[in-house]
Design a protein around this ligand. Structure first.
Ligand code: SD4
Length: 329
């Protein structure tokens, strides 16, 4: 997709969202709050929902939860919740987690038949002594909490799966082409971070994971420290891309720690991406995509990815905009 088409696509999705290139570091470190950011330009709508909560003076936790529920319920979003692409056996399995400013956490992994995995994750956080539930146990808990069992497959996702079955090529790598395709669809995993009026941070992450994965595969998105991390003293980070690679470097925690030791959000995201290159080498890293977004305690934001075309959606007092992330390659 050329740049003009890319910008046009963004415009069509979110007329109010401007498109800007990322600038390195935060030369003008200032207090920006409230603010909400999320992975990928398709999540501008989710940001708006989160923003509404912040404007109603609700806490960041409520904002990120309501925000990620938007793509979870959207049948056209083929990477999250209802309509998400299934695993190789044709089963939609969802991963989600949530973390608040007090270090409370909750996650569900490989959850089936429930649209709002993030709500179940929040339930795990608020109503159980545990932090993670998987598979059947997660579903059992959801049903006990009154969630309704639903078919998460749509005509579109079944058609895509059937098309894939013709070759059944299982390639867990997110290639540049796949990323390109998902950008054209304007959707992908949502990782969302918010800083509220009180200056508190929270985050949530929700996905149907890699399309056509092995049944039972869990990525980074529901793993606290990998797909999401919040430290209310420092900042927060969240991830997208090939979960296996994000887990390998404990991506989001790595970024928060880098901010703790003085890096700006963008520098911190870049340092996590560089860590993967150091570990696995350039040849390997040119075949996988990982992208991070981060916000610090003052509301400064940043993003960085391995391969091009990663974007971050931002909503603050200034308005809604999409940032084109810098990438290593
Ligand atoms: C996963 N990180 O399950 C997710 C997938 C993703 O953009 O982010 N796709 O590995």
């Amino acid at each position: 997709m050329n740049r003009r088409k890319f910008v046009k696509t963004i415009g069509a999705l979110a007329p109010a969202a401007a498109f800007v290139n990322s600038t390195f570091g935060n030369p003008l470190s200032k207090q920006v709050k409230p603010i909400v950011i999320s992975t990928w330009q398709g999540n501008v709508k989710a940001n708006e929902k989160a923003w509404e909560q912040l404007m109603n003076n609700l806490p960041a936790l409520e904002a990120v939860h309501q925000g990620v529920m938007v793509p979870e319920a959207d049948p056209d979003d083929m990477s999250v919740g209802y309509g998400g692409l299934p695993d190789r056996d044709g089963v939609v399995t969802l991963d989600a987690c949530i973390m608040d400013h007090l270090g409370n956490i909750g996650a569900v992994m490989a959850l089936e038949n429930i649209i709002h995995a993030s709500s179940v994750a929040r339930g795990v956080m608020e109503k159980t002594p545990h932090v993670q539930l998987v598979g059947d146990g997660a579903l059992q808990f959801a049903l006990e909490q009154g969630f309704k069992k639903e078919n998460l497959l749509t005509e579109k996702s079944v058609a895509a799966w059937k098309e894939w079955l013709k070759t059944s090529l299982y390639n867990p790598m997110t290639t540049v082409e796949e990323i390109q395709k998902s950008i054209e669809n304007n959707h992908d995993t949502i990782g969302m971070l918010a800083l509220d009026h009180q200056g508190n941070l929270s985050g949530a992450c929700s996905t149907s994971g890699m399309a056509y994965k092995l049944h039972g595969r869990v990525g980074d998105s529901p793993i606290i420290g990998a797909g999401l991390y919040v430290d209310n003293e420092i900042g927060a980070a969240t991830a997208t891309g090939v979960g296996e690679e994000v887990v390998r470097i404990c991506g989001s925690h790595t970024i928060v720690e880098a901010m703790r030791y003085g890096k700006s959000p963008e520098e911190a995201c870049k340092s996590a991406v560089e860590r993967l290159i150091k570990m696995k080498g350039e040849t390997y890293c040119k075949k996988v995509q990982i992208g991070f977004i981060a916000v610090d305690k003052n509301g400064n934001t940043g993003c960085y990815s391995l391969l091009p075309k990663f974007t971050m959606a931002v909503r603050d007092q200034v308005g809604s905009r999409v940032i084109q992330a810098k990438s290593i390659f």
